[in-house]
Unconditional design. Structure first.
Length: 240
């Protein structure tokens, strides 16, 4: 079972999941970084460039804070590209004593996700405002060239700062965010061809290729898997 809600940390999402027996739904690239708790272990999930399939037994419990694109480095203290396609223990990034105390607090908390969110709020820094603007423009469908011009950065500068903020360059981020837009429309019942055009793909075949390349599945396969694991609507999970 999976549930999520908007976080008190701007742009972030707090989520919890209990692994069920059977096929595991992959985690798709989204330009985000996550602070994770799993059965007494604290980790950080870096930005993915391809689908990630969790390797955990049925019954395993997870809680997480998913930072908005570009916001993770300010809270976690590490450039995003250093964690690209990686899951690392939090004590590799933060002092061991701090991590031990946080692990104990979360273990004693009635809701691990809320305790994790409190830790993220305490450590959160101010994200790079230019990179926040880049993420917002690309998420809205702007081209990389138009985005660079709008924020006043050259090609090299935009690429360098994107690596630090998102884990990959602006072209890859644009692909990831475009796929997220398209798949969100698919889940709303929009026909594949219409979803492709609305999200900025050339046609349905283009969207199908992007889904295979980035999500490791087909459009139909994604839609069917998503229906079996619909998250609790945002806002319905009250904060303790």
């Amino acid at each position: 079972m999976y549930r999520e809600r908007a976080s008190r940390l701007a742009g972030a999402v707090v989520w919890a999941r209990t692994m069920e027996a059977g096929a595991v739904r992959p985690v798709l690239p989204d330009g985000c970084m996550d602070l994770l708790w799993c059965e007494g272990r604290l980790l950080v999930a870096g930005p993915d460039t391809h689908a990630y399939v969790p390797d955990a037994p049925a019954g395993a419990r997870f809680a997480g804070v998913r930072f908005a694109p570009g916001a993770g480095p300010a809270a976690l203290g590490v450039p995003a590209h250093e964690l690209r396609d990686r899951r690392v223990d939090l004590n590799a990034l933060w002092p061991g004593g701090d991590v031990r105390r946080l692990t104990e607090r979360i273990a004693e908390a009635p809701d691990p996700a809320v305790a994790l969110e409190n830790a993220a709020l305490a450590r959160a820094g101010e994200p790079d405002p230019l990179m926040r603007a880049v993420a917002e423009r690309l998420a809205a469908g702007a081209t990389v060239a138009a985005t660079a011009e709008a924020v006043g950065l050259g090609t090299r500068g935009l690429h360098r700062r994107s690596l630090a903020a998102f884990g990959y360059g602006p072209k890859t981020l644009a692909r990831v965010l475009r796929l997220q837009r398209a798949l969100a429309l698919v889940l709303e019942g929009v026909p594949y061809a219409e979803a492709a055009l609305a999200a900025g793909c050339a046609d349905q075949a283009h969207l199908a290729r992007e889904t295979r390349d980035l999500a490791g599945t087909t459009l139909t396969g994604y839609a069917e898997a998503a229906k079996s694991e619909t998250p609790t609507p945002s806002g319905s999970w009250s904060v303790a």
